[in-house]
Design a protein. Structure first.
Length: 364
């Protein structure tokens, strides 16, 4: 009887133990399920091939293609003035006239003297043909004619000096001269600048010397017009490297047909050294840890960490020189919490990154 009781007790113990083990295993399974992370939501973009511009940045200043200070070459009273600051003038336009009555009278006297000298010379020549006068007298009269002609030319120059004409087409500057004012020779009347095209002078570090050549594209900006760039091209290279700055002075021509740029204005410059196709990704996709640059690539629902070599940088974009192909979907959002091998869920979000204008730059 006691054996049956012992067997029953053993069976009950086994049943209780099995129930406890089953319950513990079920609890562990639920804990593991709860601890398993859900796939991280990310957005991806495929690398694209864009025209990458290798550029060097610099700062420079503008200079008018032609620029002069207009001064008087004679003294006199102002009787006519056609100056207005900022007005376009054409070559040959009369900008200022001085009282030239005395100069005109002097020219008239000399022209009369010249006419008399010519008549005497012609009469002497006819008499010389008849051997009525000596050759020396004819030569003296011819010299008198030549002297009178030179005096006439000098008088014409003195008369012309009472006029100030535009030597080239351009924009007149400020002037403090008024009608009736008496000015002396050497007085500055105004400035004249040819500004339809402007010289842009700046310097390039000598390490880029081997990549410089006339004709390269230049884009320039100024704080006066923060949303606009002015285009031009490199036209001249300096012949000497500055020993202090280790840079080469260069010159570009910038279009200024609308006349908004002024001589002396500060400009920030981007000189395009070369253009080439390159594989670019959004800049926010690139992660940096120490000296390593890497991105995460979506590979069949798994995040795979890939080291990359960066090239030219640009606003919102960066060139990938090595490490990716055009078929590798790069994670652009949510990658800051990822680790390699982690499960991901790709969300197609067109607004994950903003659109940017691609313009690469090499830091100078």
């Amino acid at each position: 009887m006691w054996k049956q009781w012992l067997v029953g007790a053993v069976l009950v113990a086994v049943a209780v133990s099995g129930a406890v083990i089953y319950r513990n295993l079920n609890d562990l399974s639920q804990v593991d399920s709860a601890n398993e992370r859900a796939p991280s939501a990310v957005s991806t973009r495929l690398p694209v091939t864009e025209t990458v511009r290798d550029q060097v940045k610099a700062v420079g200043s503008l200079k008018a293609l032609n620029a002069v200070e207009l001064t008087t070459e004679a003294s006199g009273r102002v009787v006519e003035i056609n100056l207005k600051s900022g007005r376009q003038v054409k070559q040959g336009d009369v900008l200022l006239r001085l009282d030239d009555r005395q100069a005109r009278a002097d020219l008239g006297v000399i022209e009369a003297q010249l006419a008399d000298a010519r008549r005497q010379y012609e009469r002497a020549r006819s008499l010389r043909d008849n051997n009525s006068i000596s050759q020396s007298l004819v030569d003296e009269l011819r010299t008198a004619v030549e002297v009178a002609e030179a005096q006439r030319d000098a008088a014409r120059v003195r008369l012309e000096n009472h006029l100030i004409e535009a030597p080239f087409s351009g924009v007149a500057g400020l002037s403090d001269i008024s009608i009736g004012a008496y000015v002396i020779a050497g007085t500055t009347i105004t400035t004249l600048d040819a500004t339809s095209r402007m010289e842009l002078n700046f310097s390039i570090p000598e390490r880029f010397l081997g990549q410089l050549k006339p004709g390269q594209k230049v884009d320039a900006g100024t704080p006066a017009y923060p949303d606009q760039y002015f285009s031009g091209e490199l036209v001249e290279l300096g012949t000497r490297i500055d020993e202090l700055s280790r840079s080469l002075p260069v010159r570009a021509l910038i279009d200024n047909a609308d006349g908004r740029l002024r001589p002396g204005q500060f400009m920030s410059v981007s000189l395009t050294l070369r253009e080439r196709p390159g594989l670019v990704v959004p800049e926010q996709a690139v992660m940096v840890r120490g000296n390593e640059k890497y991105v995460f690539v979506a590979d069949d629902g798994i995040a795979r960490r890939v080291s990359v070599v960066l090239g030219s940088r640009m606003p919102g974009q960066v060139e990938i020189m090595d490490g990716l192909t055009a078929e590798d979907p790069v994670v652009v959002t949510g990658q800051d919490r990822l680790s390699s091998g982690e499960r991901i869920r790709v969300i197609d979000d067109e607004n994950a990154i903003p659109d940017n204008r691609f313009t690469s730059a090499l830091e100078s």
